[in-house]
Design a protein around this ligand. Structure first.
Ligand code: F6R
Length: 255
């Protein structure tokens, strides 16, 4: 596990964008696993800026997103498809045909889930998966559970996730109660994983996930077993890592 601690969110976004940019430069037809939420917004801004400057070409890139709310269509402003179009896809030269997000309007979630996994396989798997972490330790919408769910599946969101995500909706009752999410299997099979976390709200759960027991009660804890995990967090999210305020890059060995 490699940990990069940054001074603030802006530096986090730039350091994480460096990881994604180097992936695209090394392999222009990379399959990127992408995330939504507040954490990656600065990264997507950085990537769009670098595209504007001619530093990055997304013409061959393919993407697969982690999740989508059930019952929200692509044109709903709270859907993750809408989020991705607005924050990234409409600002770069990615071919939208090559961008994949589970269909939240499906009448048959089990069928949609199975075909999403087949689609990821047909792309040759994920080269680099970007992840945020939920306050309860979820990755994608893999909520705390008594087992790690391997495949893409429909999930009932926990009260804490619904509450955390309600900030983006008009009211709590507008937040969908279900989502469809990539499973832990496809995430762990990604060749590289980039986990980001910002702010004091994430400090406790991040520490538990990176240094605590590996348990499905903290889904992100399984990332300790990934052979190529990069964590980029700001100092509020990683208060205990390192001993000074400087921009730290170091390798932490997992037990
Ligand atoms: C988003 C996703 C979630 C978020 C997590 C953190 O596609 O899968 O796991 O990464 O809920 O969200 P923020 O970044 O809003 O704190």
């Amino acid at each position: 596990m490699r940990i990069i601690r940054t001074r603030d969110y802006k530096e986090l976004s730039s350091a994480a964008a460096d990881v994604i940019a180097s992936q695209i430069i090394a392999k222009p037809d990379s399959v990127l696993g992408l995330a939504t939420g507040t954490s990656p917004i600065g990264i997507y801004d950085e990537l769009a800026e670098r595209y504007d400057k001619g530093e990055l070409d997304f013409g061959w890139v393919k993407s697969v997103n982690l999740d989508e709310y059930m019952g929200l269509s692509a044109d709903n402003e709270n859907s993750y498809r809408h989020f991705m179009n607005t924050h990234l896809f409409d600002r770069i030269n990615i071919d939208k045909v090559n961008t994949h997000i589970p269909d939240g309007m499906t009448k048959d979630p089990a069928k949609e889930a199975a075909s999403y996994d087949r689609m990821i396989q047909s792309l040759g798997g994920i080269d680099l998966q970007l992840l945020g972490i939920g306050r309860n330790g979820h990755i994608g919408f893999n909520e705390p559970s008594d087992h790690f769910e391997k495949c893409t599946h429909e999930v009932r969101l926990t009260e804490s996730t619904i509450e955390a995500n309600s900030r983006l909706f008009k009211s709590l009752s507008d937040v969908p109660t279900h989502a469809i999410t990539m499973g832990i299997g496809a995430i762990m099979m990604a060749r590289r994983i980039l986990l980001i976390a910002s702010g004091p709200d994430k400090a406790g759960i991040l520490k538990e996930a990176l240094f605590g027991n590996i348990t499905p009660k903290v889904p992100a804890s399984i990332l300790q077993l990934h052979p190529d995990l990069i964590v980029v967090g700001d100092k509020e999210a990683l208060p205990d890592v390192g001993s000074d305020d400087t921009y730290l890059r170091f390798t932490e060995k997992t037990a």
